[in-house]
Each structure stands twice: as C-alpha cells, then as structure tokens.
Design a protein around this ligand. Structure first.
Ligand SMILES: *Cc1c(COP(=O)(O)O)cnc(C)c1O
Length: 445
C-alpha cells in the first residue's frame, strides 16, 4: 500500500518499482545555511574527529608501515582521469557540454589498511573506542605519544569488537581491531564475498555467516554483543562515530584540491558522486563537504536499481521505516557493498535537506565502467565502487538534472565545474577475482 501511493505521486519511485534506471531529485533540498543549525552534528564534531586521527597518526605509522609516507594518516590520491572522461563521452551518445568540466577520481578504493572507504569510518570508530579504554584504564596519560598503545595488545585481548557487514566494513574493523589486540567477531550477510571472509580469518578474526541480508547480520551481531559486557558493537545503522570518521575526508580533499589548484566557488561548482549502501560513507563525506563548501558543492548518491534504500527512504520521507522489499524489489545486486535494504536513520535525517539527488544504476553497467577505467587509466576498483560513474554520466543525461543546473544558476558555469567520482573500494580484491570481474558481461535488462 505504501508503495502504491508513492508510485503514483513520485516519478522516480515509479521508475524504481519498474526497475528502470532513474534519478530522484531532492525536492526538500535547502540552502545549507538554513539547514546546518538544525542538524544533530556540527562542524566542531568533524574537527574533533580530525584531531583524533592526528593523535593516532604515530600509532598508525608504527603498526602499518605502508602509511609512513603520509605520516600515519590514512589518505588516498585525488587523480584527474581524462582518459576515462573521454571513454565515458563515447559510451553515452547524448552527453551535454557541461561534461567538459574536470573529472577526478577520489581513490578511497586504495586507502591504506582496508582498501576501501571503510578505512575512514571503521578505523576511526575503533580508535576512538580504544582511546577511551586506554585513558579509563590508565594505560596512557595526557601528552603521551599514542605509539605506546602498540604495547598493550594483551590488555585489549580481554575485550571484543563485533560488527555486522556486507564485507568491507568487516574488513576494516577486523584488520584494525585484530592489530590492536581485540578479539573480533564479524557477522557477515549472505552478500559478502568469500575472499573477504577468508582474508579476515587469516588475521584471526571470527567470521559468522548468515543466510539473510545485511539487516539480519547487523541484528544478530548487535544482540550477541549486547549480551557481553566486554564487547563493543560497531553499529553501522546508527553510529555517529562512523559517520564522523567519514566526514574527515572533506578536510583532506580540500587540501588536495588546493594543491592541484582546483577552485571551488560560485563560478566553479563542485559535483561529487558517491555510491550508497546504508548511507554512512556517502552521508558522512557529504556532511564534511557541505560544511566546507556550502552550496558550491553538489552531492549525489548512486544506488543499484535493485537496492535503492536511501532513495526510497528520502523520497517517501519515511527514512528507515521503509525497505526495498516494500517496493517489490529483491535487494539482490552484484554491488555487494551497496546491498543494504533499509537506510540508516541517522543518515536519512542528516541528508534530508542536504543531498541533491540520488541516481540508480543497473548491475551490468558496473562491469562496463570497471573495464573502461582499467583500459583508460589502468586503475582497478571493485564493481560496487563503479556505481559512482553513473552519477557523472547521469548529470549530463537526465532532464531533471538539466532543470537542477538551471535552477542553481549553473548553466553558464558548467565548463568550469569539477566532478569527483568517489571510488570506494578495490585495492584488496585478489587478482583472480579482478580477472573474473573484468570478464563479466551481464545483459542490459
Ligand atoms: C560500504 C560501501 C559503500 C557505501 O557505504 P555505506 O556507508 O554503506 O553507505 C560504497 N562502496 C563500497 C565499496 C562499500 O564497501
């Protein structure tokens, strides 16, 4: 019933129910000045998170030597991808001239430690928890270098960390937690890839597998963790810490843009396209970017046609009270990282007036984009992550976006625009899986 009512009123929902690719333009979008004072999180929270990551840098550098070049900060390159831009131009016949702006790839696909965007939120939350335990138990005093924490793995082994995951969050939480010394249990949904489970087990992480989807894995993990006073649960559906860990990305990006002499202002709009699962990663990054660039940045999410939970949550205004199955969808998708049927309540609330729109993409295109990126730039990212390209393509394609550009008074500025496709995972995918993905061709239905 829910679905019928909305299907008639909202064209994007009609498209969703008919499994057509679409874009939903956020009609509740507001200028950021009006929104920010009403949000449950503030700029100060991001600053605090950013400082926390800096405090931990000596520890990270010591335990993960791969981060040495960046002084223990976990950060990824921002790369201009002209070859891919050209390829995308050939792929879509109806490109508009504003696709001529700069196209960059933000390579969180290659973040140290976890090889996905989850290295931001997941690691941040575990470090924050560790900091709290360390001070509470007097392992450290104020002013100590956090390097010292590397000596306490035995202490931390008395404590457990648990998390529900479709794969990448489990990898991120599992790897950092095991390194610190915690006992770790990752509750994996049916969508999780085998190699992710094996990699975790090789690090001593306990992996529990579930028949059900992401929501079921999270619920099981939460319940088990709540029964154990020594266990801490990373709650992807509600966690403010995860969200803030992601938001720090924006400060780092601001620096990278300035080093590359890319202006973001009234004459130079910035468009950002991010794949969306439960919403934490794209929501957190968007929150950070809006805090810095206000209305000069335009943030879009991309979801699979079979699993657009955030689109449904925001377009209906019902947030976490709706799931994709309510609209006749299976939730099954090749985009394992985005296979989440119900949006996060925190993120739905935070993004209600902030995200500019949400695109959907069919699974077959993920592999097409993956091949195009490999062939044009010799960069490999995982299929889920490739969803982001659909945002850039869709911007030049949908009449609703043309309208958006006009209403935002950007029509004459699109040649100065910068587009960032946010690559969210890929570095840890084993060679043989990469090969298989690159050979996968799905029907375009
Ligand atoms: C988790 C993930 C996302 C989306 O993050 P959410 O916080 O679930 O919205 C996107 N891409 C990849 C590869 C991921 O693993």
């Amino acid at each position: 019933m829910i679905s019928k009512n909305h299907q008639e009123k909202i064209p994007a929902i009609d498209d969703v129910m008919k499994l057509r690719e679409t874009v939903w333009r956020n009609d509740s979008w507001k200028t950021y000045e009006l929104v920010k004072s009403e949000l449950p999180l503030t700029e100060n929270d991001i600053v605090e998170a950013s400082h926390r990551m800096e405090r931990f840098a000596p520890y990270i550098e010591k335990c993960f030597p791969e981060t040495k070049a960046q002084g223990g900060l976990i950060e990824s390159p921002l790369k201009k991808i002209e070859g891919m831009q050209e390829k995308l131009g050939e792929f879509v016949s109806d490109t508009e001239k504003w696709m001529a702006g700069n196209l960059f790839l933000k390579m969180d696909s290659h973040l140290a430690i976890a090889g996905s965007v989850k290295a931001r939120g997941g690691i941040y939350e575990i470090l924050k928890h560790t900091e709290e335990l360390a001070y509470k138990n007097k392992l450290m005093e104020y002013g100590d270098s956090y390097e010292k924490l590397a000596d306490f793995s035995e202490f931390f082994s008395k404590y457990s960390i648990q998390v529900g995951s479709t794969g990448n969050l489990g990898l991120s939480i599992g790897i950092i937690s095991a390194k610190i010394g915690y006992r770790v249990v990752v509750h994996m949904s049916a969508d999780a890839k085998q190699w992710k489970k094996e990699l975790l087990r090789s690090k001593g992480v306990i992996v529990k597998e579930y028949e059900g989807d992401y929501e079921a894995a999270v619920a099981a993990g939460r319940k088990l963790s709540d029964q154990d006073p020594m266990s801490y649960f990373v709650d992807d559906e509600h966690s403010k810490d995860l969200f803030l860990g992601y938001s720090v990305a924006a400060y780092r990006l601001q620096k990278q843009l300035s080093v590359q002499e890319v202006a973001v202002d009234k004459q130079h709009p910035l468009f950002v396209y991010i794949p969306c699962g439960v919403g934490g990663a794209p929501g957190g990054i968007t929150f950070g970017l809006k805090t810095i660039f206000g209305d000069h940045v335009h943030c879009f999410f991309v979801e699979p046609t079979q699993c657009p939970c955030m689109l449904l949550g925001l377009a209906t205004g019902k947030g976490e009270d709706v799931c994709v199955q309510d609209f006749g969808l299976t939730g099954n998708t090749h985009a394992d990282g985005l296979a989440v049927g119900r949006p996060s309540p925190l993120v739905s609330e935070m993004m209600k007036h902030v995200v500019s729109g949400i695109f959907t993409v069919k699974d077959y295109k993920l592999y097409e984009y993956m091949r195009m990126l490999k062939n044009s730039e010799d960069i490999v990212i995982e299929p889920s992550s490739c969803a982001a390209f659909e945002g850039y393509v869709g911007m030049g394609h949908y009449p609703d976006m043309l309208e958006y550009i006009k209403e935002q008074e950007l029509a004459d500025k699109m040649e100065n625009a910068t587009h960032i496709v946010w690559a969210t995972g890929g570095k840890l995918v084993p060679e043989e899986n990469v090969k298989e993905y690159l050979e996968t061709v799905l029907p375009s239905v």
